[in-house]
Design a protein around this ligand. Structure first.
Ligand code: NAP
Ligand code: MN
Length: 271
């Protein structure tokens, strides 16, 4: 049964299992009457991403956080975002045709960077990380909703969304956040605590309406700062200030009947 969701775009990485899965999926979708978009610019209803989490992040950035819904088929390593295995293509097409899915809407995180003469915005689905570009520590003044909180010294900070809480944030000792709790998590990377430098050593949770202000301390402000968004990055050497807040866009992931966030956590981290 065909509904209005007719146009599907497939994005895959180059591994042989992804290519094979793609070939099988294209055949099955065409047989079921779906039309395949030639580019994501055609505003497809659904983008199927074949690969790992990294491939899903790549597609999201390449297509600039589109309105289209996403579904991931895991041929990668972890596959936390990925909902299906390559063996489930028939089930997927059947359930999709029957509207038997839920949409998980994931928050993003935005950083606005103000330099001497310009203004830039970057968005992450997992996180924004701020680090130095060399092996020196960086020093950052941080405020929450305009009031000064700490001068952070260390390798840098990660500001993770709930979706990204299981990625870099978790490796740093941050908390796993159920995506139904809408918070941003500020997690330090190797914070320094000596009589010379004092920084928070644990994660801080911020409600979605607050803005985190960050500016390079005098010790850092001549050195390049690297802003990393889901692994992609840009370096700036003339940052005046940065503002991090809940992103203005969201990503919509299809989830099928048996999806449960904590089952997913258990299966990917504990089993
Ligand atoms: P990568 O370095 O190849 O990926 C690192 C691992 O993170 C992969 O196993 C990836 O899964 C997994 N991953 C990505 N998003 C996740 C999520 N939301 N929850 C749980 N695991 C997740 O780089 P990548 O594949 O392009 O992914 C970029 C992400 O890597 C960044 O956003 C950052 O969170 C993470 N990262 C982690 C560390 C660390 O843990 N020390 C350091 C740098 C970056 P797949 O195997 O399915 O791709
Ligand atoms: Mn990867």
């Amino acid at each position: 049964m065909l509904t209005s969701k007719e146009k599907i775009y497939i994005y895959s990485n180059g591994t042989s299992s992804s290519k094979e899965t793609r070939r099988r999926l294209e055949e099955k979708l065409e047989k079921s009457g779906y039309s395949l978009a030639k580019s994501a610019g055609e505003k497809p209803d659904l983008i199927v991403v074949i690969g790992g989490d990294g491939t899903l992040l790549e597609a999201i950035h390449k297509f600039n956080f589109p309105e289209s819904q996403f579904i991931g088929i895991n041929t990668g390593h972890l596959g936390f975002f990925q909902e299906l295995m390559p063996s489930q293509l028939d089930d997927f097409i059947f359930n999709y045709g029957q509207d038997k899915f839920a949409i998980q809407e994931l928050s993003t995180v935005d950083i606005n960077v103000r330099t001497n003469d310009c203004y830039f915005t970057h968005t992450g689905l997992n996180e924004i990380a701020i680090k130095g570009s060399d092996n020196h520590s960086i020093h950052l003044n941080m405020s929450i909703d305009g009031s000064f909180i700490q001068r952070f010294s260390g390798d840098g900070v990660v500001i993770a969304t709930p979706a990204g809480s299981t990625a870099y944030n978790y490796s740093l000792g941050g908390s796993i956040v159920d995506p139904r709790v809408n918070v941003l998590q500020l997690t330090p990377i190797a914070p320094m605590n000596t009589i010379a430098y004092r920084s928070f050593t644990s994660s801080i949770l911020l409600p979605p309406e607050l803005t985190l202000g960050i500016s390079p301390d005098i010790r850092t402000d001549k050195k390049p700062i690297r802003i990393i968004f889901d692994g992609y990055y840009k370096e700036y050497s003339d940052i005046k200030s940065m503002e991090v807040s809940m992103g203005t866009r969201t990503i919509k992931l299809l989830r099928f009947e048996n999806y449960d966030f904590w089952e997913k956590v258990k299966s990917k981290f504990l089993l």
